[in-house]
Design a binder for this molecule. Structure first.
Ligand SMILES: Nc1ncnc2c1ncn2[C@@H]1O[C@H](COP(=O)(O)OP(=O)(O)O)[C@@H](O)[C@H]1O
Ligand SMILES: [Mg+2]
Length: 261
């Protein structure tokens, strides 16, 4: 059975709260967030800037701890673990693709992909082999020996994606991964992610501002007032509350009326 076909829950957030202290003021960012993502599922999280999208990914990735609530990652409640336990889960089950994690400029494409395996003491030969396989999966194996500065933005994104997959994660977390790519290249990266979810049974959560990206996922979740809602998504993509269809219908009626005159 392909992994994507089972019903395995890869990530579950149960009543997650995250408060930040800002001087004497408490900022309540996540206020009872619930989420469930299965293996093989490709989910978009959208929401206004500052709504807590990155905060949520950091919590799921074990880079931060919630104020309260539970986060289950591939069957393990990471909120019950100490720092060492969390870092082990992160190393073995989670891949992250964040914009601030650039490729290391002094290493080749292949070496960049190998870094997480090197740090995890994977033997040299296996590391090379898996590194090349991953570059092949993302379609840049022919650039394995190139340095990052010799490659296009799209290729660098693919390599960063390969690196995020180096530990064969059950869960891949992406924070605005297409933010600085042109439309076509960004679309290709998202297609690739979709394939990784479907064919390799990974759970992929992608934070995005781009409705075109969100449209390609299985499910769009809107983060608003600290909770995730599924139903209001189309409303989110109406620019400043304007209903495009309504405007279009009005223009059309207007035109028809002027023709009739
Ligand atoms: N470490 C932190 N300390 C204090 N406030 C924070 C911290 N991280 C995030 N915040 C605040 O939490 C809110 C949500 O931030 P963030 O998750 O980055 O939003 P988004 O990714 O949706 O734009 C913002 O108001 C931000 O200022
Ligand atoms: Mg953010």
């Amino acid at each position: 059975m392909p992994l994507g076909a089972d019903n395995h829950v890869a990530v579950e957030c149960i009543d997650v709260h995250r408060d930040f202290q800002d001087g004497s003021r408490v900022i309540r960012v996540l206020q009872g967030t619930n989420l469930k993502v299965h293996r093989g599922e490709f989910v978009a999280v959208v929401g206004a800037s500052g709504s807590g999208k990155t905060t949520l990914l950091n919590l799921i990735g074990g880079l931060d701890r919630p104020t309260s609530g539970q986060i289950i990652v591939d069957g393990t409640d990471i909120t019950a673990l100490n720092d060492e336990g969390i870092s082990a889960v992160r190393r073995h089950k989670v891949g992250v693709l964040f914009q601030d994690q650039l490729l290391l400029p002094i290493f080749t494409a292949l070496e960049n992909v190998e870094v997480p395996m090197l740090l995890d003491n994977v033997p040299t030969e296996e590391r090379h082999k898996r590194g090349m396989n991953l570059l092949e999966v993302v379609g840049v194996d022919h650039r394995a020996q190139h340095m990052p500065h010799e490659l296009s933005g799209g290729m660098r994104s693919r390599i960063a994606l390969a690196r995020a997959l180096a530990n064969d994660p059950a869960i891949l977390l992406c924070d605005e991964p297409t933010g600085d790519l042109d439309h076509t290249t960004g679309g290709e990266i998202i297609q690739l992610m979709k394939r990784l979810a479907k064919e390799e049974g990974r759970a992929i959560i992608v934070v995005t501002h781009d409705p075109e990206v969100a449209k390609m996922t299985d499910k769009i979740l809107l983060l608003r007032n600290g909770v995730l809602v599924e139903e209001l998504v189309t409303e989110f993509f109406k620019p400043s509350g304007i209903d495009i269809e309504e405007v279009r219908a009005k223009f059309q009626a207007d035109e028809e009326a002027s023709i009739g005159k």
